[in-house]
Design a protein around this ligand. Structure first.
Ligand code: PYC
Length: 330
């Protein structure tokens, strides 16, 4: 067998409660970068084409998600992680962190003995810990200790000529949370295209409000949309990155929703809830600490879910392939 190859990249593919993560290791960044945001800036300047090759067609698809594992910026951490979508980067991602932790332990990148191993990741949103539960040498679940999460503000937006309420909440990313009753569509798989289209409008209008609220912010202010199902207590769908939606219950979305539930008095500060995805997979969420900052309750949520490895493969980029850089049909 022989073929021309410009370069190859080894990838680990996982899914976390249905949502994919394509994981790569990357060492080519200067050692003196001070935080994950600087690492992301460097990666975007030099290697953004890698994101497109990994996630877009013909190797990926519009809903492919990715993660890059780089040397840690903090000496006590295991890795810096960048979270990739088909159109940009997220500051933090729960489902991907669960997938990464599962893969690192399953494939022996992190040595562990006993029934639990804690990993530490530097993310643009802050340092995140992942407790991997191990049974018979295999990871069986991962609990992410997320960054501080809080309710931000309620805004009104005009959608289809009707004013609706959007709750903006933060859980490592910003979320614009809307009730399905307010848009007249249930959170069911057959409604996904409509949910994505409404999600896009909700995201765009909420982004305008967030830019005014946080004019100095250097992180990603573009919110993900969460549409919560009014017929089921804790079912929801998250839409993001162009036309993508999360098959998992969404880790940072589950955290942002916990902050909103606390704000609304629907979740106790020592409480727990289970968030359910559009495909009925589940993450549990427990509040592990809280504090009052300027009259606002800020929580640290722990999100638990499961992930599996789906393939180990080598991405090949051939020099004469006219579509080698990736494309999307949307
Ligand atoms: O699990 O935090 C998450 C997430 C964000 C976007 C897709 N998944």
């Amino acid at each position: 067998m022989s073929f021309k190859s410009e370069f190859t990249i080894d990838v680990i593919d996982t899914h976390t409660e249905g949502e994919p993560t394509r994981i790569i290791f990357w060492n080519d960044v200067p050692k003196n970068l001070k935080d994950a945001l600087s690492v992301r800036k460097y990666f975007i300047e030099h290697y953004d084409y890698i994101r497109k090759i990994l996630l877009m067609e013909p190797r990926g698809h519009k809903d492919q998600f990715g993660a890059v594992l780089l040397p840690p910026v903090n000496p006590d951490s295991d890795y810096t992680v960048l979270y990739l979508t088909t159109d940009s980067y997220l500051d933090m991602c729960g489902h991907a962190t669960i997938g990464i932790s599962t893969a690192l332990v399953s494939l022996g990148y992190i040595k562990c003995e006993g029934s639990e191993k804690t990993l530490t990741f530097d993310t643009v949103a802050g340092t995140v810990k992942a407790r991997v539960k191990i049974e018979n040498g295999e990871p069986v679940s991962v609990s992410i200790i997320d960054v501080k999460s809080y309710f931000v503000k309620q805004i009104d937006i005009l959608l289809n000529g009707k004013e609706i309420k959007v709750n903006i909440s933060y859980g490592g990313n910003f979320y614009a949370i809307v009730k399905s009753d307010d848009i007249g569509i249930d959170v069911e798989p057959h409604n996904i295209e409509k949910l994505i289209n409404y999600g896009k409008i909700i995201r765009e209008k909420s982004y305008e409000a967030l830019k005014i609220l946080y004019p100095e912010n250097r992180k990603n202010l573009y919110p993900l949309a969460m549409i919560t199902d009014s017929k089921h207590d804790y079912r929801a769908v998250v839409t993001f990155s162009g036309n993508s939606f999360d098959r998992s219950p969404c880790g940072t979305g589950t955290a942002a929703r916990a902050a909103l539930l606390v704000h609304d008095g629907k979740l106790d500060l020592n409480g727990e809830y289970v968030n359910e995805s559009i495909i009925r997979t589940k993450f549990s969420c427990k509040i592990i600490s809280s504090e009052n900052i300027n009259g606002n309750t800020v929580i640290v949520p722990e999100i638990t879910g499961r992930a599996w490895i789906t393939q180990l493969c080598k991405i090949i980029v051939q020099p004469d392939d006219p579509l080698k850089g990736g494309f999307l049909v949307e």
